[in-house]
Design a protein around this ligand. Structure first.
Ligand code: PLP
Length: 409
C-alpha cells in the first residue's frame, strides 16, 4: 500500500513548513528538480563530517572508504537501470552525459554527409551538443516527425537511412511526457548501423528503464530529478562503445601513464571518463537516492504519478477555459494553457498562491510550431505529491482570481 504521507515525512522540504508568498508551499515542478529525503542529505553529510577524502587517490583508510562508497553508488545505479557496473560513468548530470557521448563518440566517428536524428520535442541538452557536433564534423541533423505528441516508429523509418549514424531521443519528453518506444527505435537504429542514444532524464526517475532490455547504446540521466543531489548524473553506455569512445575531459584520475612525448594511457572505462576530483558527496547522495527509489519501487512511483494526473484530469474535465496538450500522457506531467492568459502570468498567479509550476518553453524550443503556441504551463508530480496538492492546483486554475492580485499584492 503506497503511503504518500509516510513518504512525505522523510522530506525536510515538506515537513519544515516552507512557505511561498506566505502560503504553504505546493511544489508541482518536479520535472525541473525534486526534493531530497533526509537519508540522502545524511549520506552526504556523513561524507563531509566523518570521512572526507579524495577518491581514487589515497592508500589510507579514509580515501579507500570514499572509493568504496563511490563504487557502492555505481552498483546501485547499475542495478536500477540493469546495466553492468562498469558501464556506469559519473557525469555532472544528463547534460554532461549527452555532451560526453556527443564529443566522445560523435566527434570521433561522424564525418561530412553523416546524419543525426532528433525530434523537435527534445530538451536543449539533447539538441545543442548535436548541433555542435554537426557543425564540427559536417554531419546533418534530421528530425523525426511527431504525431499527437508521440514519436512513431513508422516516422523514424521515414527519416532514417544508411547515412544515419546517431539517433538521439528522449524516453519521456519533458514537455508532453509521452513514453517513447525506445526499444523499437533502438532496433531500427541498429538495422541501419546507427547507435541509439536515450535521454532518460525524465524516464529513469519515473518508469522502469532497463538498459539491457531497451538495447540502447547510451542512456543519460540526472540525480536531482530522482531525489538525489544537483550536479551529478550518469551516462550508461555499452562497454564496447565506452572502450571505443574518446574522453571528453582529461586530467587527473583517468590516466594510468603519460609521458613527455605526449603519449597517454587512459584507464579503462568508466574511469577513463571521470577526470579530476569527482563530486564524491554528490555521488554518494545519488547512490542513496537510487536506493530510496528502489525501496519505494519504480512501478509504484509510476502508478502514483498516473493516479495524480488522472485525478487532475477528472477534476478539470468540465473546465472549458483550459487547453491540455497531453491528456493521454499520464506520466506525471500536465502541460496546459488557460485561454487568453499568458502562461507566465498563470505561473505568477500560481506562485502568488504558493504553487510552483513551470511556464515557458521548458528548454524544448523547437516544439512551439508543433504545439502552435510559443509557451505553455507545466505541472509535474513526483512520489511525494498528494491529491490535496492537486486540489490546491485545480482550485487555483478554476478560481484563480485576478492576475493583477499577483502582481500588485
Ligand atoms: C528530457 C530532459 N533532458 C535533459 C535534461 C537536462 O538535465 P540536467 O539539467 O539535469 O542536466 C532535462 C532537464 O530538465 C530534461 O528534462
Amino acid at each position: 500500500m503506497y503511503d504518500v504521507y509516510k513518504i512525505r515525512k522523510q522530506f525536510p522540504m515538506l515537513t519544515n513548513n516552507i512557505k511561498m508568498q506566505n502560503k504553504p508551499l505546493t511544489f508541482l515542478d518536479n520535472c525541473s528538480t525534486t526534493f531530497k529525503p533526509q537519508c540522502v542529505i545524511d549520506a552526504m553529510n556523513e561524507y563531509y563530517t566523518k570521512y572526507t577524502s579524495n577518491s581514487h587517490r589515497g592508500d589510507y583508510d579514509l580515501s579507500v572508504n570514499a572509493d568504496t562508497k563511490i563504487e557502492e553508488a555505481r552498483k546501485e545505479i547499475a542495478s536500477l537501470v540493469n546495466s553492468e557496473v562498469n558501464e556506469v560513468v559519473f557525469t555532472t548530470g544528463a547534460t554532461g552525459a549527452l555532451n560526453l557521448v556527443a564529443y566522445g563518440y560523435g566527434l570521433k566517428y561522424l564525418k561530412k554527409g553523416d546524419e543525426i536524428i532528433l525530434s523537435v520535442a527534445e530538451h536543449a541538452s539533447n539538441v545543442l551538443p548535436w548541433f555542435r557536433i554537426a557543425e564540427l564534423t559536417g554531419a546533418t541533423i534530421k528530425y523525426v516527425e511527431i504525431v499527437n505528441g508521440r514519436i512513431l516508429a513508422e516516422n523514424l523509418r521515414k527519416v532514417i537511412s544508411n547515412k544515419t549514424k546517431i539517433v538521439s531521443l528522449a524516453h519521456v519528453g519533458n514537455v508532453l511526457g509521452y513514453v517513447a518506444d525506445i526499444k523499437e527505435f533502438a532496433k531500427i537504429a541498429h538495422e541501419y548501423g546507427a547507435i541509439m542514444v536515450c535521454d532518460g532524464a525524465q524516464s529513469v526517475p519515473h518508469i522502469k528503464t532497463d538498459f539491457k532490455d531497451l538495447d540502447v547504446d547510451f542512456l543519460a540521466f540526472s540525480a536531482h530529478k530522482m531525489c538525489g543531489p544537483t550536479g551529478v548524473g550518469a551516462l550508461v553506455g555499452k562497454y564496447e562503445l565506452l572502450q571505443k569512445m574518446d574522453p571528453f575531459t582529461t586530467g587527473g584520475g583517468m590516466n594510468s601513464v603519460f609521458k613527455k612525448d605526449g603519449t597517454v594511457d587512459y584507464r579503462l572505462p568508466p574511469y577513463k571518463f571521470e577526470a579530476g576530483t569527482l563530486d564524491v558527496a554528490g555521488i554518494i547522495g545519488f547512490g542513496r537516492a537510487v536506493k530510496f527509489i528502489k525501496e519505494i519501487g519504480i512501478d509504484n512511483i509510476h502508478k502514483h504519478d498516473q493516479e495524480l494526473i488522472d485525478y487532475a484530469l477528472e477534476k478539470l474535465k468540465d473546465y472549458k477555459d483550459i487547453i491540455i496538450y497531453n491528456k493521454d500522457a499520464r506520466n506525471g506531467i500536465l502541460t496546459f494553457n488557460i485561454k487568453g492568459v499568458f502562461p507566465q502570468d498563470e505561473a505568477t498567479l500560481m506562485n502568488y498562491k504558493g504553487i510552483a509550476i513551470r511556464s515557458g518553453e521548458h528548454c524544448a524550443k523547437l516544439l512551439d510550431n508543433y504545439l502552435d503556441t510559443k509557451a505553455t504551463c507545466r505541472m509535474s508530480t513526483y512520489l511525494y505529491t498528494t491529491k490535496e496538492e492537486i486540489d490546491v492546483f485545480v482550485d487555483a486554475i478554476i478560481n484563480g482570481g485576478d492576475i493583477l492580485d499577483a502582481y500588485f499584492n
